[in-house]
Design a protein around this ligand. Structure first.
Ligand SMILES: NC(=O)c1ccc[n+]([C@@H]2O[C@H](COP(=O)([O-])OP(=O)(O)OC[C@H]3O[C@@H](n4cnc5c(N)ncnc54)[C@H](OP(=O)(O)O)[C@@H]3O)[C@@H](O)[C@H]2O)c1
Length: 231
């Protein structure tokens, strides 16, 4: 398959691009900084495009079979519309080019999961604060993005990871139409699951979670790793 990856130069996106190639597909890695993409491959095309620029996306999607998005911007108090404005442009370009399969990363924080299990105590305390403060504009925009994707008429799947962290290998992760388990998802597991979803039409029209339950960090390690990249 020819798979277009938005957010390909991000932390999950690089892992995802590698896995797409390792699975035997052709990868089109989309980034605003194509010169900074860290690897090459005979089946890899690195394309410069900004999802805010609708006019650049039709060419990017020409001939594609599937679109994967790990597009994202950091938390902050400022207004955020990259998820919704970007995905609106991606969806419009997919409709124009008749590309039907779309797998989009959002976040478990953008939804309410009352039956979520094994949530770390510290996260249960922190989550309501985060969703009302530095996470608010992100989660609001991710919910807007999800509304756009659900109304697109495409063969979409929305993926809800929890707090992202890094592990060297995939684990025996929990995934599917279930409530999240714990508070974390490794980027390797997320990338692995997205490649599986790309090839699984049975998940079209569904919102799925992916939870890592092995070798997870403590909340403090998570904050150190993500905020300071030191652990
Ligand atoms: N961090 C968490 O704990 C967490 C939890 C749940 C869900 N998520 C979600 O998981 C996803 C992946 O996270 P991550 O940490 O791997 O992301 P990341 O490293 O921040 O990468 C996101 C990528 O999005 C791209 N991007 C941003 N604005 C763009 C634009 N206007 N046009 C084109 N590309 C643009 C950037 O690419 P370029 O700069 O190369 O253009 C960047 O590399 C994100 O959607 C995030 O919201 C994160």
């Amino acid at each position: 398959m020819r798979i277009v990856i938005f957010g390909a130069n991000g932390q999950t996106g690089r892992l995802l691009t590698r896995r797409v190639l390792n699975a035997g597909h052709t990868a089109v890695a989309v980034t605003r900084n194509p010169d900074g993409f860290p690897f090459t491959d005979t089946r890899l095309e690195v394309v410069g495009a900004d999802v805010r620029d609708a006019s650049s996306l039709v060419d990017v999607l020409d001939g594609a079979d599937t679109v994967l998005s790990t597009l994202g911007v950091p938390f902050g108090m400022r207004p955020i519309d990259t998820y919704s404005a970007g995905m609106s442009n991606v969806v419009a370009a997919m409709q124009k080019t008749s590309v039907r399969r779309l797998v989009v990363v959002s976040s478990s924080g953008a939804s309410h999961y009352p039956n979520r299990v094994d949530t770390p105590f510290a996260l249960r305390i922190a989550e309501p604060i985060i969703t009302r403060t530095i996470g608010k504009t992100t989660y609001d925009d991710q919910r807007s993005m999800e509304t756009i994707v659900r109304a697109s008429g495409l063969d979409w799947t929305i993926v809800h990871p929890s707090g992202l962290f890094d592990l060297p290998e995939t684990t025996n992760y929990v995934a599917g139409e279930v409530d999240p388990v714990g508070g974390f998802t490794s980027r390797t597991d997320l990338a692995d699951y997205m490649v599986n979803l790309a090839c699984d039409p049975a998940t079209a029209g569904k919102t799925v979670v992916v939870s890592t339950t092995q070798d997870t960090p403590t909340m403090w390690q998570m904050i150190r790793r993500e905020a300071f990249k030191s652990a």
